[in-house]
Design a protein around this ligand. Structure first.
Ligand SMILES: Cc1cc2nc3c(=O)[nH]c(=O)nc-3n(C[C@H](O)[C@H](O)[C@H](O)COP(=O)(O)OP(=O)(O)OC[C@H]3O[C@@H](n4cnc5c(N)ncnc54)[C@H](O)[C@@H]3O)c2cc1C
Length: 450
């Protein structure tokens, strides 16, 4: 859980740093942030220097401070963890980004735009990072975003209670200060192709379009009304809460018994959102054990506190209608009738066990649980608009873009680069940033050579 620190608290916390000769916290950070450097500056009260140090590798420190799994990455590697509490790096990062915002600080930047023209498709963390890195280093950068506003999953996926949307707007404002241009409502592949962008004079194009198409479970009953994708559910709630969608279109009512399938960050966000919207019962179903969940551990704790229930080692094998639930004796006669008989009313779950080889496999034993809504959070894959309208970009059979390592991030089409979830599959913000930093370097090398 992210702590908000005062200046005094941040300085005192930073002064706990042991200034290790061989700091291992950095090894835990996927983007090699100079953690000892920014913490030392904070400890001396040099907040501006701390911000400059932090933004060398990250154009989105306010987001990383809040969304990175610090408890799994840098913090357990802190030497203080051996004897007590590790340094609260998450809160120090958030403090530094907040301080920079309050005092209008911007990272050191060459905003000449003279080194080359680059188009970025998509404005999630990947697109924003590539845009920020290139713009800071003298490139003329334009971001094309299919939605009304830039931000990707940060704006339309992660719930407000976890990431204040003002923080996203702030980070985007920083990029505007570096000279990045944004063109919104521009769905590339449909209205404009990558070839059109090359014709317009862009020397390189970066595709950071994420993986928005939800995966589904191919089990009996999959077409029953009431089965939603988590990304759709979260988006509808964000739009409805921000007044951009009529409240009557909100997707849950207080009578709903909701089953969430999956146990990553997306699943837990959906579960907590359903609980906060007053659903009668929210149950997360996961086919592995608690130790295998990919969500942040503090998100799991928060979900438990908010009344979300968890069923581990259960695999959904069928969605059941009211009629089927009635036949199975799981609904009484008075509880159903008429057209309701073909509505979703339950899920059949098969028991799963972990074998001695560590594999999860179905074993004897089933249970039926009632529900009026299923929210699926079992992964996503990329949409194909760009790859069907541009020749020469190889993708995997699952639809992910193939990239080269020299120059890093270039696809099989010269001058077209890619990174983030559209290459690696659904991942994390910090890994998207890690990838993007390398791709930005690859794009700079490519333009310098052509
Ligand atoms: C609900 C949820 C919770 C999450 N929680 C966390 C978390 O706590 N911590 C964490 O580290 N990670 C979390 N993640 C994962 C993280 O958000 C993603 O890994 C990250 O957003 C991927 O970034 P991206 O830029 O590759 O893709 P996205 O963020 O998906 O951005 C892609 C952008 O491209 C745009 N686009 C797509 N196609 C086109 C087109 N043809 N033309 C123009 N624009 C296009 C989309 O509109 C979108 O804005 C979460 C993800 C979700 C969905």
């Amino acid at each position: 859980m992210n702590t908000v620190m005062t200046s005094q608290e941040a300085v005192a916390e930073a002064q706990r740093c042991l200034h290790c000769q061989h700091p291992s916290c950095v090894l835990g950070c996927p983007i090699n942030n100079d953690i000892p450097g920014f913490v030392a500056a904070l400890g001396q009260g040099n907040f501006g220097v701390a911000f400059d140090t932090l933004t060398k590798n990250s154009s989105l420190p306010a987001i990383c401070g809040r969304l990175c799994a610090h408890e799994k990455q840098c913090e357990p590697k802190c030497q203080l963890a051996n004897t007590g509490e590790p340094l609260n790096i998450s809160a120090l990062e958030t403090f530094t980004a907040n301080f920079a915002y309050t005092h209008n600080l911007t990272a050191p930047c060459d905003s000449s735009g003279t080194k080359g023209r680059v188009a970025i498709i998509g404005s999630g963390p990947t697109g924003l990072t590539v845009a920020g890195q290139l713009a800071k280093n003298g490139f003329d950068v334009t971001v094309f975003e299919g939605q009304k506003e830039p931000g990707g999953v940060l704006l339309y996926g992660i719930p407000e209670f976890r990431l204040d949307k003002d923080i996203v707007h702030r980070e985007i404002n920083n990029l505007l200060n570096y000279g990045v241009n944004f063109v919104t409502n521009a769905l590339i592949g449909k209205e404009k192709t990558l070839d059109d962008l090359f014709t317009e004079g862009f020397q390189a194009i970066f595709v950071g379009t994420g993986s928005a198409l939800p995966k589904t479970l191919d089990i009996p009953g999959k077409d029953l009304p009431g089965i939603l994708a988590a990304t759709y559910f979260l988006r509808m709630v964000i739009l409805s809460d921000s007044g951009k969608l009529d409240k009557s279109e909100a997707v849950l009512s207080s009578d709903d018994e909701v089953v969430i399938i999956g146990a990553g960050n997306v699943a837990i966000d959906a579960a907590r959102t359903a609980a906060r919207r007053g659903a009668k019962l929210v149950t997360v179903i996961y086919h592995k054990g608690p130790g295998e969940m990919t969500c942040h551990s503090d998100e799991y704790t928060a979900a438990l506190k908010e009344g979300v229930q968890f069923k581990f080692l259960k695999q959904p094998t069928a969605y059941l209608s009211r009629k089927q639930m009635y036949t199975l004796g799981a609904l009484r006669k008075g509880q159903c009738g008429g057209s309701d008989m073909h509505k979703l009313a339950g899920v059949m779950l098969q028991n799963v066990e972990k074998s001695s080889q560590g594999e999860f496999q179905e074993v004897n034993g089933q249970e039926v649980i009632p529900c009026s809504c299923v929210v699926l959070a079992i992964g996503q894959r990329p949409a194909a608009q760009i790859f069907t309208t541009t020749k020469g970009i190889d993708i995997t059979p699952q639809g992910f873009v193939k990239i080269n390592t020299t120059p890093y991030g270039m696809t099989t089409r010269p001058g077209v680069f890619s990174g983030g979830d559209v290459v690696n599959g659904p991942s994390t913000v910090v890994l998207a940033i890690e990838d993007s930093l390398k791709v930005a370097q690859g794009i700079a090398e490519y333009i310098a050579d052509h």
